[in-house]
Design a protein. Sequence first.
Length: 181
Amino acid sequence: MEKDYRTALGKFWQTVRRLRRGKQLSANTVYSRGGELLASTGDIVGRWKEYFEDLLNPTDTPSVEEPEAEDSEVDSFITQAEVTEVVQQLLGGKAPGVDEIRPEYLKSLDVVGLSWLTHLCNIAWRSGTVPLDWATGVVVPLYKKGDRRMCSNYRGITLLSLPGKVYSRVLERRVRPLVKP
């Protein structure tokens, strides 16, 4: 597992160097909402925070009526078979979340490891809460095109915890048949 980690880390930095070649930013600046050029790290981070909060937290969201829940397999314990199936379908080579757990690590789990992951999912399911790392995402802005100093010329991707993704996907598979297309 340690060898896989070192290999993945090496590939990560190799990719970063390859992507940065020829695409160096002329300046580490962004425009404020009012069009003022921001240069200090604190102001730039604040602008990115403001931009993604506005983008991801709209004020005019429609209300959705929740259907009445039926007693079914949705409420039952999460099985190891469900977790195993989701883990096997994870794509390798993806970036980890804040917990630094990579898809390859989960795919290499044996029966005991999958049992522990299933147990963690069941604790989260029964308690209605998830570990902090599962709920924490790192938003990374990816440049699209246009002026690099304008936040709107980037799209954000969120790097999430892989065990949290497994848990979410298990729940999504249970709920999907209940939702009308």
